[in-house]
Design a protein around this ligand. Structure first.
Ligand code: ADP
Ligand code: ZN
Ligand code: ZN
Length: 708
């Protein structure tokens, strides 16, 4: 803490020292490094301060070399410097490890240091001054429950044999990155709990990352129950600003023992951090999609290296990058991480048997009229007859993805985007899922006046309707079909209510998008079906197969969680490409085999993890303008790229070229060497900021993009 007053009388301002402070300045302003300010006495690095910036008063963080004279050269003389307004010395400085992480993230993802650092603080901190902060701290301290000394340990299950081996390996290992590979229900969370316990008992803090806010309350309850007397706090975007500040402060003060949160929590300041857990490490939501496009999973790995602590990456279907890193060299991997495996589900429940339905066998007309293929229909009827539940999964919300005129061929395109507008029957609207443009469905074709415009294809709303029409319960009444997707859960509490009715047995068939595939523990579901599973498989995304495999495994994990039904549970997949190797691996539950095939393909194609990518995107009024700017950027970097073994590909339109009347183009930058790519970007980017850029053009770079 920097609360002690300076021992010597403060020197007069003229002799005051120079402190370097980072503030949130736009990267292209040329002010992205620390700025110099005057302070009457030296300030420790990490101290939060309020400083003048232009006419504003902003929050800043004292960076390295506080109190040292500036680096000289052209640095302004102290007389011209402005003074620090206020030192927020009620708080300890943010820890060194945190500053190193922020430094790394800014340089790796090519963003301003101040932008990344200030975004990693609780947003509320910017709004309050030292007096207000002191008041909040006082209130926080008065509310902290006393007597956290000897926490009573709640009931905990005896570890399974698998778990015992994993825990032993962890306790004997030097701090490093561990992949915890285990099916849903194999006891991974129990391992997180035990390892966290070990760290908490040693006086350290633990950080647990989960992909979705939806999952934090469930997990939070589990941690709270396990560690009574310990302080468990959450950090995610669903908290009120005041609560988020409170939890953030508790982390920084070392008062929180365990922080549970979404990707933003990777930046939680924790002075005694001893363990990081990344649950479902393969989940795409760990990647931030705007501003500094960081991967919280990758930053967690870097943070563990900085702090010399272990990190546990848990998944049933690890990302191929992580899998490659955890694969021993003898098996063609990089051998960088340790791989720990939980091979069995707790309670011995078998994984559902996988049935692959070849959709090519059925006439198109039949598939239009029936919600699902006949064999799956029969299987659903069987479950109904037995009073069991089914989950039918379709990753497309709305009634139909497009409306079409049967007379002239008109389709419900979006005037602002290169995309169709989706038909929502509930409010008879046509909605663009990209820009939000919504209209009532026209009575007749806007092109030819024909009244016969038809929905084409099927979304969750239509699937729900068709299933309810064609399925009967044993007593002859219509099947009770529920639906969970972004449309049915917009209202607060709706999701919980539907989940509760599923748990209570008031729903026979649950229709849902990928929202339902994650995390929820459905005891009585014995059949899971993916009805249009490979729609994503033939997109340009090189990760499509990896994504789909993870999604299907995750969906499969929803079935047969109750051991009583375990033997009979099934996963059905409807596909038009049953020969795809993904389905054979899925049927054998052979993730290693699937990963091997995918990694071989990636190696041949020169894709991650065997190549490293950055994507430069430009948005403009016209596609020409966007591509021209990228071409200019490419020309500027071409010699440098060639000298470093980096390839810049030609600019192309993005997969969805126009959104909200903005044309989008992108350009891929690739290298076999990560350091070479980093060196290239570091030298190239300042030039890009200096390029002549039309005022209406926006551009950004995405390092390690999820899709290209
Ligand atoms: P995962 O995180 O891999 O999905 P969990 O840790 O949630 O698995 O475990 C699945 C279920 O089994 C949970 O209900 C959990 O309480 C229970 N469980 C975990 N480990 C054990 C154990 N060793 N003995 C008994 N039950 C266990
Ligand atoms: Zn028409
Ligand atoms: Zn649109």
């Amino acid at each position: 803490m920097s609360e002690q007053p300076p021992a010597v009388p403060r020197p007069p301002v003229a002799e005051a020292c120079r402190v370097r402070v980072i503030v949130d300045t736009p990267q292209h302003s040329g002010l992205s490094g620390p700025l110099d300010y005057l302070s009457p006495h030296p300030l420790e690095a990490g101290t939060l301060v309020r400083v003048p910036l232009g006419r504003r008063e902003v929050l800043g963080i004292v960076w390295d070399g506080g109190g040292e004279p500036g680096a000289g050269g052209e640095a302004p003389t102290p007389e011209s410097l402005r003074a620090v307004i206020e030192v927020l010395d009620a708080l300890p400085p943010v820890p060194r490890g945190w500053r190193e992480l922020v430094d790394f993230a800014a340089s790796y993802y090519q963003r301003g240091l101040g932008e990344v650092a200030l975004a990693a603080l609780a947003p509320e901190l910017r709004q309050i001054n030292g007096t207000q902060l002191a008041r909040r701290l006082k209130r926080l301290r008065s509310r902290l429950s006393p007597g956290a000394e000897a926490p009573a340990t709640a009931e905990r299950p005896v570890p399974s044999e698998d778990q015992r081996e994993v825990l032993q390996a962890l306790s004997q290992s030097t701090p490093r990155v561990h992949l915890l590979h285990g099916l849903t229900g194999s006891g991974k969370t129990e391992v997180y709990l035990r390892e966290s316990q070990r760290m908490l008992d040693a006086g350290r803090q633990a950080l647990v990352l989960v992909p979705e806010i939806n999952l934090t309350p469930q997990l939070e309850a589990r941690f709270l129950e396990r560690f009574p007397g310990r302080r468990v706090v959450s950090l995610h975007s669903g908290l009120t600003p005041a609560l988020r500040l409170r939890h953030w402060l508790m982390a920084l003060l070392g008062e929180a023992d365990l922080v549970l949160g979404t990707r933003m929590a990777v930046f939680a300041p924790m002075p005694r951090l001893g363990l990081i857990v990344v649950d479902e490490e393969h989940d795409p939501s760990y990647k931030q999609q705007e501003g500094a496009r960081y991967s919280a999973r990758d930053l967690a790995v870097m943070r563990s290296r900085i702090e010399q602590i272990p990190v546990l990456l848990g998944s049933a279907t690890p990302s191929l990058e992580t899998w490659h890193n955890a694969l021993p060299a003898a098996e063609g991997g990089a051998g960088r991480y340790s791989r720990l495996t939980l091979a069995h589900r707790i309670g011995g429940g078998a994984l559902p048997a996988v049935r692959v339905v070849d959709m090519n066998r059925f006439p198109a007309k039949l598939l239009r009229e029936q919600p699902v293929a006949p064999p799956l229909m029969d299987a659903l009827r069987e479950r109904l007859a037995r009073g069991e539940q089914s989950l039918v999964f379709l990753n497309r919300r709305g009634y139909a993805p497009v409306l079409q005129c049967l007379e002239c061929g008109w389709k419900s395109g979006c005037p602002n985007c290169s995309a169709w507008r989706v038909f929502h029957k509930q409010d008879r609207s046509l909605r663009c899922h990209h820009c939000g443009y919504t209209q009532t469905v026209p009575r007749a074709c806007p092109e030819c006046g024909n009244a016969d415009i038809q929905p084409v294809g099927r979304g969750t709303e239509r699937l729900e309707e068709q299933l309810a029409q064609s399925l009967l319960r044993a007593d002859g009444s219509p099947a009770r079909v529920g639906r969970i997707d972004a449309d049915t859960t917009r209202e607060r509490g709706k999701l919980e209510a539907t989940l509760a009715s599923v748990h209570a047995g008031d729903v026979d068939v649950l229709v849902g998008t990928q929202m339902v595939a994650k995390g929820h523990d459905f005891r009585r579901i014995t059949l899971v079906a993916a009805v249009n599973s490979d729609s994503a498989l033939f997109s340009s995304d090189f990760r499509a197969a990896e994504r789909l495999y993870a999604l299907l495994m995750q969906a499969a994990g929803r079935a047969g969680r109750d051991a009583r039904h375990a033997g009979q549970s099934e996963m059905w997949v409807q596909t038009w490409s049953p020969q795809h190797s993904l389905y054979a691996s899925l049927q054998r539950h052979d993730f290693p085999g699937f990963a091997r095939g995918q990694l071989d393909e990636r190696r041949i194609a020169g894709l991650p993890p065997f190549a490293h990518l950055a994507l430069v995107r430009a948005d403009a009024r016209t596609q020409d303008a966007a591509q021209q700017w990228l071409a200019q950027a490419s020309a500027w970097g071409s010699d440098l790229a060639a000298s470093l073994g980096v390839v810049i590909y030609p600019a192309v339109p993005t997969p969805i070229q126009r959104v909200a009347n903005v044309e989008r183009a992108q350009m891929l930058v690739e290298s076999a060497s990560r350091p070479a790519l980093q060196r290239f970007l570091a030298q190239w980017m300042p030039g890009l900021h200096a390029l002549r850029t039309p005022r209406v053009l926006r551009w950004a770079v995405d390092v390690d993009p999820l899709a290209i």
